[in-house]
Design a protein around this ligand. Structure first.
Ligand SMILES: Nc1ncnc2c1ncn2[C@@H]1O[C@H](COP(=O)(O)OP(=O)(O)OP(=O)(O)O)[C@@H](O)[C@H]1O
Ligand SMILES: [Mg+2]
Length: 241
């Protein structure tokens, strides 16, 4: 199955019957603390183990905090950073800059379009085969109108596909409000949803592959846990109440 991109989370590979298809832009959506950053790190480390270069662009969480998460889970992030197999790039200024530009002459320019060229340079110069953008929410939240948000995300997806790498983009929503829809889910090649559900004073974490273009995959939600060694998905067990 060399044509598949292993995700670094064993149970997800099982649900995908091997992994992602290459050169796709996959969206990982989930509420706070559902494990988006941990998944992203496992994804890059999986590549690094095989000698593939990975680039992690954080748009919100400080780089030190991401490193601490990796350390607490005994993930070899530091080792692969030293070996230059994983690069961490603080992209929060890209978003920040937009805030400044809104007050200036570039007020109408959307933030993602401003950053695609920079991302392209980063990916090309690092030779990254795997790219993580964690998360795009603050980068698209500025768009007041759904059409603008859609064009923005569309431009990002197009840009990512041209980069010829395996992209994982996180977004931060637990569930859409009634009158809201997530354009990023329509435009991504695949969508994985992580969620926390509360019932009878107990919390259950479930993962669901909402879509994965071109692949037959498990379409049922599965339970998962965040353990000391990362995300564990119970891929062959049905979710029960
Ligand atoms: N060493 C660890 N052992 C077990 N669980 C951990 C460990 N470190 C973190 N966690 C769990 O993982 C959660 C955070 O995971 P992560 O940072 O990936 O979430 P996230 O979805 O990226 O959150 P956010 O929306 O805040 O960015 C913590 O809230 C905690 O429940
Ligand atoms: Mg996070």
């Amino acid at each position: 199955m060399s044509s598949r991109v292993s995700t670094g989370v064993k149970g997800i590979d099982e649900m995908l019957k091997g992994g992602f298809l290459p050169n796709r832009a996959i969206l990982l959506r989930g509420g706070p603390g559902t494990g988006k950053t941990i998944f992203s790190l496992q994804y890059l480390i999986e590549g690094a183990k095989k000698g593939e270069m990975g680039l992690y662009v954080t748009l919100e969480e400080p780089v030190d905090s991401v490193r601490k998460t990796a350390t607490s889970l005994n993930l070899d992030l530091e080792k692969y950073e030293k070996e230059k197999l994983i690069g961490i790039f603080d992209g929060s200024r890209m978003v920040y800059k937009f805030g400044e530009e809104r007050r200036g002459i570039d007020a109408q320019r959307p933030v993602i379009s401003n950053t695609i060229d920079q991302l392209q340079i980063l990916v090309t110069s690092s030779g990254a085969n795997r790219l993580v953008i964690d998360s795009i929410t603050s980068a698209i939240i500025h768009q007041r109108f759904p059409t603008d948000k859609r064009l923005e995300v569309l431009e990002l997806m197009k840009g990512l596909r041209k980069m010829n790498c395996n992209s994982l983009i996180t977004s931060e929503s637990a569930s859409p409000a009634e009158d809201e829809f997530f354009v990023e889910e329509y435009l991504a090649d695949g969508v994985i949803i992580l969620s926390n559900s509360h019932r009878n004073f107990a919390v259950t974490k479930t993962v669901w592959i909402e879509k994965m273009r071109g692949l037959k995959h498990d379409d049922q939600p599965r339970k998962y846990e965040i353990s000391d060694s990362g995300i564990i998905v119970y891929a062959s067990e049905p979710v029960t109440a």
